[in-house]
Design a protein around this ligand. Structure first.
Ligand code: AMP
Ligand code: MG
Length: 288
């Protein structure tokens, strides 16, 4: 009897859930959120969570929490749980990729944005081993002056995860968050096996639920410097943007994994990338 009442309630609820979608500019790109819910109001909370994360994690906003941290060195600085978590995940990945993934690459990416190649002084301010974390006190120390963190390869995936978590807190489980090429999915739409996600440039589509997919590659953004095309993804071993063509798509449990791994594999190339990540992710597509 009870189970019959419950399934009747579920049916009523499902019938009332409608599809709502919103698009807003955040994190220097467009964010699209799709939900099945009673009304559109949960979208506001999810976008607000992403905006709040941008205030903390952006290296474009002079007074973001990240940039305030970058103006310190040699002292343990208390940071938010969000910033700490992203830095913790970043450093783990730096160790795993032997430095191919490195969020201290900021001095180089900021020159790249101005279409300049880095000099030795700039490159000397890069190095993930110069970031010290203390989980117990939730503090961060930058060992050197002039360091610049750039979370551009990981913050969007984390923002997708957190938007989904916000929606779930409001009882919305069927949701899809796309922060540009970083997509995080909750439960499937009613009656579907997953959210249909078109894969660019690999082609085809996948059905995604309770997982994340990210695509990275040289083509996304580039600068012509001295007649050569350099991608926005930098190989920390050389300080130069990638010049070889590559596009990497990663499906993983969370955006905090899929986003940086897609960037890391773009730097590492197919052989090393597969060796390190094939067994750690749900899907790894590499197009050259
Ligand atoms: P994505 O679009 O996720 O592949 O991230 C690319 C962005 O990450 C770039 O625009 C830079 O801001 C930053 N970035 C570039 N090279 C690296 C690297 N080797 N490790 C970490 N972040 C990087
Ligand atoms: Mg990435």
């Amino acid at each position: 009897m009870l189970s019959r009442i419950i399934s009747a309630l579920v049916l009523v609820y499902a019938a009332r859930a409608e599809r709502f979608e919103g698009v807003e500019p955040h994190m220097g790109t467009l964010v699209r959120i799709t939900i099945y819910a009673k009304d559109a109001s949960p979208l506001r909370a999810a976008f607000d969570r992403i905006a709040a994360l941008d205030e903390k994690l952006s290296d474009y906003k002079p007074d973001s929490e990240l940039n305030r941290l970058c103006r310190t060195h040699g002292e343990m600085v208390k940071v938010s749980e969000d910033l700490f978590r992203v830095l913790e995940a970043s450093l783990k990945l730096s160790a795993l990729t032997d430095g191919a993934f490195d969020v201290t690459i900021g001095p180089v990416t900021h020159l790249w944005r101005a279409s300049k190649l880095p000099d030795a002084e700039t490159r000397a301010r890069v190095g993930w081993r110069n970031v010290v974390l203390d989980r117990q006190h939730r503090t961060v120390m930058l060992k050197m002056a002039g360091m610049q963190l750039d979370l551009g390869a990981i913050a969007k995936g984390y923002a997708g995860d957190e938007a989904l978590r916000t929606l779930r807190g409001l009882g919305v489980r069927r949701a899809l968050i796309a922060v540009s090429g970083d997509v995080v999915a909750g439960d499937s739409p009613p009656g579907a096996k997953g959210w249909r996600i078109g894969l660019e440039p690999a082609g085809g589509e996948i059905l995604l639920h309770n997982a994340a997919v990210s695509t990275s590659g040289d083509e996304e953004q580039s600068r012509q410097i001295g007649g050569k095309k350099y991608s926005h993804i930098i190989d920390p071993a050389t300080g130069l943007g990638l010049t070889a063509e590559i596009a990497v798509t990663v499906v993983a449990k969370t955006g905090l994994e899929a986003d940086p791994i897609a960037t890391a594999v773009s730097v590492m190339g197919e052989t090393k990338g597969r060796a390190v990540f094939e067994k750690r992710v749900q899907k790894l597509l590499i197009l050259k």
